[in-house]
Design a binder for this molecule. Structure first.
Ligand code: SF4
Length: 500
């Protein structure tokens, strides 16, 4: 135990302090309500903890590392900052600690995935529970009079309301990009001069390079999106690409720690694009250099967009070739893609930018062709869909079901999400379970059916690539078998005949 503690302690809730057995998208499991399986089984099997030494973590979430890098760049002393494990705060917090900064992705469970799963399965998911655990930690409470609690990260928007901040006893919230504003905020807090409690982030042109490894080796290649969907967070508005030399520096930092690399951006193929069409030369250059730096089989990607894939159909194949996808050792990689809807009307009304340079009434064929191109390039998307967006009609839902029927034999994993009022919709209502009609349930059942069939098809290779041991594989198969039976019984009792 360090008696005096570190002056600035950076942490995140326990669900963000896991590498999910080598599968970053398994992080979706933290959005499932507690109690479906016992906590000890969940945290040892799906979300095992990252390593730490005396409470100091070896790897940390990308957002936390970026803030740490920004602090160091602005002259904070390395000895006064620590990236800490939330379960071992007693090893790093003491009488000298002045700031506890928490990176939060979903502190109240209001994000699209957690609010969907918690509403459908009626329970609280892991993220808010583990977030509150930090606030109620004994050592935090013991030193609370000296410590300022600051919350930032992609879920900070949930805490800008003053009553909520008071209820949770949080001092400051940083809403938006933090690299520019956090060093000043921390200086003011340490000097005792800070007043306003919600600090607006600022768009950062070139965020500093991380100096220590990130969870799952995530390296940011672009920030923002620029397609302007009405339900998306405002921080997505400006699209920026990071310089190649900085990306390679971050790959090096992670590689030294023995990490594989996830190239992260909202639409990875738009790296250095001037607009919505990929800049093929720059994307290829990025992947060639990244593959060389990280080594065979060590590069994967975070997000893509169907319209980008379709607007330069040869890019996916070229990237696949560079990464040796489809080889015995690296049969496929995943990527998250927003499918959202099969309705050209909803696309036209709320997300015109998502389909550009194509037209809203081409969306169904963009999805189908984009998925085909991805699969030919050995990319298996996790495709998210939105249910209950304002103005949605039965015809819109039926169009989505028809689209799913058209693409169900392709390789992808559908994830239906209930609408969350963000962006230009921030005065709208959340979609609740009681708002779902028969067509919504048909759509949810279709997604579950495809999900279950694809799991059987994709898991063996996934397990091999992620290095799942025999015990993990057997336990996951056992749980999947149980889940499949429960899903089948539920569907039959609702009058739906599942095809599995
Ligand atoms: S395409 Fe995705 S990231 Fe971009 S604005 Fe739309 S929802 Fe947001």
């Amino acid at each position: 135990m360090m008696k005096t503690g570190f002056k600035i302690v950076l942490t995140a809730d326990r669900t963000l302090m896991s590498e999910y057995q080598g599968g970053i998208f398994m992080g979706f499991s933290a959005c499932v309500p507690r109690g479906i399986i016992p906590d000890f089984l969940y945290f040892s099997l799906f979300s095992p903890s990252i390593d730490h030494k005396a409470g100091i973590v070896r790897v940390a979430p990308l957002g936390l590392r970026k803030i740490e890098a920004a602090l160091l760049e602005k002259g904070f002393n390395e000895n006064e900052i620590v990236a800490a494990h939330p379960d071992h705060l007693d090893r790093v917090i003491g009488s000298e600690t002045r700031i506890l900064s928490i990176s939060a992705m979903d502190p109240l469970g209001m994000g699209p995935a957690s609010s969907t799963f918690s509403k459908l399965w009626e329970g609280e998911c892991y993220m808010p529970y583990k977030f509150r655990e930090i606030l109620g930690n004994k050592v935090v409470l013991k030193h609370r009079n000296n410590i300022n609690i600051v919350v930032g990260g992609s879920g900070a928007w949930q805490l800008t309301d003053e009553r909520m901040r008071h209820a949770l006893d949080i001092d400051y919230v940083v809403d938006g990009e933090g690299e520019e504003v956090v060093p000043g905020l921390f200086r003011d807090i340490l000097n005792g001069t800070r007043r306003e409690h919600v600090v607006e982030g600022k768009v950062v042109e070139e965020p500093p390079c991380v100096t220590k490894p990130t969870i799952c080796g995530v390296v940011e290649i672009t920030r923002g999106c620029g397609r302007g969907c009405e339900f998306c967070v405002p921080t997505m508005l400006r699209h920026r690409s990071m310089p190649l030399d900085k990306i390679l520096r971050e790959i090096e930092v992670n590689k030294k720690a023995g990490k594989g690399i996830v190239l992260h951006g909202e639409d990875v193929f738009r790296y250095k694009a001037d607009g919505l069409i990929p800049n093929k030369n720059e994307v290829v250059k990025l992947f060639e250099n990244a593959e060389k730096a990280a080594g065979f089989g060590n590069i994967s990607i975070s997000h893509l967009a169907f319209s980008t894939v379709c607007s330069a159909p040869d890019v996916a194949g070229k990237i696949s070739e560079i990464l040796y996808l489809g080889s015995k050792e690296y049969p496929y990689t995943g990527a998250q893609i927003g499918l959202e809807t099969g309705s050209p009307n909803l696309i036209s009304n709320h997300m015109k930018g998502k389909v550009k340079p194509f037209k809203p009434d081409e969306w169904q064929s963009v999805v189908e062709s984009g998925l085909g191109i991805c699969n030919d390039a050995h990319i298996v998307p996790t495709a998210t869909l939105i249910l209950g967006i304002p103005g949605e009609t039965d015809d819109d839902i039926i169009k989505t079901i028809e689209l799913l029927d058209d693409i169900k034999n392709l390789k992808f994993v559908p994830v239906p999400l209930l609408f969350v009022p963000l962006g230009r919709f921030n005065n709208a209502r959340f979609c609740e379970k009681k708002d779902l009609n028969e067509n919504h349930w048909q759509l949810i059942h279709r997604c579950a059916e495809i999900f279950i069939k694809k799991f059987d098809e994709l898991y063996p290779d996934y397990a091999r690539m992620a290095g799942h041991g025999a015990i993990t594989r057997s336990a996951i198969k056992l749980l999947a078998g149980y889940g499949k039976k429960r899903a089948r019984d539920y569907m039959i009792s609702s009058g739906y005949t599942p095809d599995f």
